[in-house]
Write a protein that binds this ligand. Structure first.
Ligand code: ZN
Length: 459
C-alpha cells in the first residue's frame, strides 16, 4: 500500500474540507430533524391507560421507570428485596431511591433509560437524578396529573396525530370507543384468549365475554366471530396478536377433525397442561390453536382489518426468543395474501430476515414500534438498510409501546432523531434530495400508518 505524502498545506486543506463536510452534514441532519419535529406523526402501538384511569393511579418516577428500565435492572441483577422496596408506595422517596440508584447506574445508558431521561428532562425539568431531585420530580409529576395530561404530552409535546391502542390484557377492553378517545385512538383488539384456551375455566370466561355457550369447536368459532363483530362495532381497526409470548409463531394448516380432537381433549382435561416456561414449548392442543389462529385471520381478511403481530424480543426477562422469529410466519403470509400484516419490533434481533420478508411479500409491513428504545443504534442502522432494500410504503417508523405517555414522548424524540440521521446519510450518499428525504420521513412517520389503519385526517 502506498502511503500518501501530505504536504503541510494539503493536510490542513483536507482537514478544513473534512470539518466543513461534517458541519454541512450536521446542518442537514438538523434541518431534517426540525422538519420532522414539526410533523404530526402516527404512533402504531401503545398500551396507555385511559386518561381518567391514569389520573386515579398513584404515578411517580418509579412507576414511569417500570417500563422498561426495570427489566434492564433485573437483567443487571436487581435483588427481589430491592424491587419490593422500590415498588413500595408507602416508603419514602429517599428509601426507594437508595434501592434504585445502584442498579440505575448500571442501566442508565440503555435505550429504555434514554427514553426515561428525555421524558423527565423535557416534561418535568429534571436534568440529573439524585435523592433530592427525585422528591422534586415526584412533586411535579403529581401536580401535572390532572385532566388534559394526555393532550399536553401527546398532542402538544410529542406531536402525535393518532395512535393505535392495544387492549394489552388479551381480550379485556381497556379503552372503549368514546368520542373523546376516537379523536386520537385507533383501536386494536386481541383474540388470543380464544385461540389458546387450555381448559374449561378458560372457555367459561369466553362464554361470559360473548354470551354464547361453548361445548364444541364450532361453538368456539362462533364465539370468535361474535367477539369480532362486537369489537368491530366498538371501532376496532386492527387485530393484535401477542401469541409469541405464549408459544411459537408457526401455525400449521390443520384439518377441522384434528382440531376437534384437540378441543375435546382440552374440554375433558385428559391431557397434562405444562406450566411455567415449559408451556411456551409444549402445546398439548396445538392443532386446535393452529386451526383457530387461521380462523381469526379469515375474519380479518373478510373484514379487511390489518393484523399486528408481536415478533422478536419480549418485554421483561426470560422470554423464549426463538418462538418469536418472524420467519415462522412465512406460511401465514402465504396463506392469507389479502391480509395486511404489521410485523412488530423489527422482529429484533431478526431484523435482517424481516427486511427480506417485507421485500418478498406485498402484504408484510415492518414496524419500528418499541424498536428505537430496545436498541436505538440498531434501529437507526436497520432503517438505513431498509431504505436501501424495502419499498418506502412498507415501513412504519414509530410506535411508543408504553403504558405512560411520558415515555412515548421520550421514545418519539429518539425515533425522530434516528429517522433524521438515517435520511441525512441517504442524502449525503446521493440517494435522494433533501426534499425527497423529508417526504420519505413523512411517509414512514405518518402516511403509511394513516393508510394502513384507514385514519381519516379530516375527522
Ligand atoms: Zn406492546
Amino acid at each position: 500500500m502506498m502511503t500518501p505524502r501530505w504536504s503541510r498545506r494539503s493536510f490542513f486543506a483536507a482537514l478544513a474540507a473534512t470539518c466543513v463536510g461534517r458541519a454541512a452534514s450536521r446542518d442537514l441532519e438538523r434541518r431534517l430533524l426540525e422538519s420532522l419535529g414539526q410533523l404530526r406523526i402516527a404512533d402504531t402501538h401503545e398500551h396507555f391507560y385511559e386518561e381518567k384511569e391514569r389520573l386515579k393511579r398513584p404515578t411517580d418516577f418509579f412507576s414511569l421507570a417500570e417500563a422498561y428500565v426495570w427489566a434492564d435492572m433485573v437483567s443487571a441483577g436487581l435483588p427481589a428485596e430491592s424491587s419490593r422496596i422500590i415498588r413500595d408506595q408507602h416508603a419514602s422517596d429517599a428509601v426507594r431511591w437508595r434501592a434504585f440508584e445502584p442498579y440505575w447506574n448500571l442501566v442508565r445508558y440503555t435505550g429504555y433509560a434514554q427514553a426515561l431521561r428525555i421524558a423527565i428532562r423535557d416534561l418535568y425539568g429534571c436534568d440529573e437524578l439524585s435523592a433530592p431531585a427525585v422528591v422534586a420530580l415526584n412533586d411535579r409529576i403529581r401536580s401535572r396529573n390532572r385532566p388534559g395530561l394526555y393532550k399536553w404530552i401527546l398532542r402538544d409535546m410529542a406531536r402525535i396525530r393518532f395512535l393505535v391502542e392495544d387492549d394489552h390484557c388479551g381480550g379485556c377492553v381497556k379503552v372503549a370507543s368514546t368520542k373523546e378517545n376516537l379523536a386520537m385512538f385507533v383501536l386494536a383488539r386481541r383474540f388470543d384468549k380464544f385461540i389458546i384456551p387450555s381448559g374449561r375455566s378458560d372457555t367459561r370466561q369466553l362464554e361470559a365475554m360473548t354470551g354464547l355457550s361453548i361445548s364444541r369447536l364450532k361453538d368456539l368459532e362462533a364465539a370468535i366471530a361474535k367477539s369480532f363483530d362486537q369489537n368491530l362495532a366498538e371501532g376496532m381497526r386492527a387485530v393484535k396478536v401477542g401469541l409469541a409470548y405464549r408459544r411459537d409463531l408457526r401455525f400449521e394448516e390443520t384439518a377441522q377433525p384434528d382440531a376437534e380432537r384437540d378441543f375435546e381433549a382440552m374440554m375433558s382435561g385428559s391431557r397434562n397442561v405444562p406450566t411455567g416456561f415449559r408451556s411456551a414449548m409444549q402445546r398439548p392442543f396445538r392443532r386446535m390453536e393452529d386451526y383457530l389462529f387461521h380462523h381469526v385471520l379469515q375474519l380479518a381478511d373478510a373484514h379487511r382489518i390489518p393484523v399486528q403481530i408481536h415478533t422478536g424480543l419480549f418485554a421483561g426477562t426470560g422470554g423464549v426468543l426463538t418462538n418469536s422469529d418472524p420467519q415462522l410466519l412465512i406460511n401465514t403470509f402465504l396463506l392469507h395474501p389479502r391480509v395486511q400484516f404489521d410485523i412488530f419490533h423489527l422482529g429484533y434481533p431478526y431484523q435482517e430476515a424481516l427486511g427480506v420478508l417485507a421485500k418478498s411479500f406485498p402484504n408484510v409491513h415492518l414496524d419500528f414500534c418499541w424498536a428505537h428504545v430496545v436498541n436505538p443504534s440498531a434501529a437507526r442502522r436497520t432503517l438505513s438498510e431498509y431504505l436501501d432494500s424495502v419499498p418506502v410504503n412498507k415501513i412504519l417508523g414509530f410506535g411508543g409501546d408504553y403504558k405512560h405517555p411520558e415515555l412515548s414522548y421520550g421514545h418519539a424524540k429518539i425515533a425522530r432523531r434516528n429517522v433524521a440521521q438515517a435520511l441525512a446519510r441517504k442524502v449525503e450518499e446521493g440517494g435522494c434530495s433533501e426534499q425527497e428525504a423529508f417526504d420519505i420521513g413523512s411517509r414512514i412517520l405518518y402516511g403509511n400508518a394513516a393508510r394502513l389503519f384507514s385514519w381519516n385526517d379530516a375527522a
